[in-house]
Design a protein around this ligand. Sequence first.
Ligand SMILES: [Zn+2]
Length: 501
Amino acid sequence: MQLRLDKPLPPKGGKVSVKIHFRFNIPLDGAGRFGRQYTRDGVVYQIGQWYPRMCVFDEIEGWNTLPYMGLGEFYCDYGDYEYFVTAPAEMIVYGSGDLQNPAEVLTATEIKRLAAAATSDKTVTIISAAEAGKASTRPAARGDLTWHFSMKHTRDVAWTAGKAMIWDAARVNLPSGRKALAMSCYPVESAGDTAWQRSTEYLKASMETYSKELFEYPWNVAVSSAGITPGMEYPGMIFNNFNETKARLWFLIAHEIGHNWYPMIVGSNERRYMWQDEGFNTYINYIATDLFNHGEYVNAPAYFDKAFFASRDYMQFMQYKDPLMTVSDAMTEDQHYQFYGKTAYGLNLLRTVVIGKQRFDYAFRKYTEAWAFKHPTPYDFFHCINNATGEDLNWFWKEWFFTTWQLDQAVTGVTYIDGDPAKGALITIENKGRMIMPVAASITQTNGRTETLQLPVNIWYRGGSWTFKYPSTAKIEKVVLDPDHLLPDMDRVNNNWGYGK
Ligand SMILES: [Zn+2]
């Protein structure tokens, strides 16, 4: 909808009030973003995308009017939200932000248990399976109750409601000393000690890791809701499917709450650049998984599988497909997971091979801090990482995000100065693909000595062949490039020289 104002809106603090009456029927499945789940004890409503919203006006595009088509998600501006949900008194409503009127809508017991949860690192039950749906869980009021929520400085709000959900909560410890509350609500079908009974634990752990590693969670509450939605994120509210269990439930919760950092805190444009939130989020999910409960799920089959995304098969699969900079809606469904995987793999390569963990972690954190509550473009990200690492990484940004180029490093020859290994060896390596990367070369001499050299990416600046001198003392027995298989090298056979010679 376009509104044409009678008078231009004055700059610097000009205000306009817009009042919109709207209504819609809640669909069973709202395109994977929200909907209704029928359970033994009634319907669980998960409600997102539920009110008309302003397009973002930014300094790059002006008005961002790209419609929501499905794959490309949202691009939202920040604001302070006050909202009211009026529902039958037997329902409990869980919303993004802070509940403003607990005394009107909760029982004294629930308020007391919530206060206990706010000081507990162990999950505290607010409504148990035995209590769910009982009249004793509701205030004496009949008819309707109105729930008032408030959330400041956020892109969006969502909520969930049901008549008979289990509810539990625990404290989240934030780096500044501030505390937040992690809560879960789920139907009795979702209970179980490998299922949603661990939801709050997963939510709390993820929030603590992201707050410590990236940026402190800026709000006071986060809710993990079980319902029909296969996996969807909102500020302070995540929706996952009520049937999820075990490692998948961990990955989904770590992922959907991870979106509170990208793109809820760092407000990139999901409609155009899906990798800038899905990929960054997948990358931090790996970090959370490494740290969670002594690595409980590190080797579990992952929802966004690190090993698969880093595998040759996956790179092959992407060979003739579109680059990451492709606008979200134009990416085919079978391809769109490269927004998650190729991006996360690329950041891991920067962290482990190109920049090193210490400098990359500092730079990625600086990006998150610098662009919190703003709208970074991809170029803002590239420039920020270049600045904070002090390194020109444009070669990497170009090949990884703008192309489908592939890597093929090879070692093609070894000779000796004056034919004498004691005077040194000349080793020739080649870059046969269009992608470039630094080189790790493991060199073994017949005297048993093995050494791995790290050659910077700059060796490829003037062409695809590089010969370097190695101070050998005996004949070279073998040379192996990328001995630890860290790079997406498409042909590993030519990474070896000397076998069988
Ligand atoms: Zn996601």
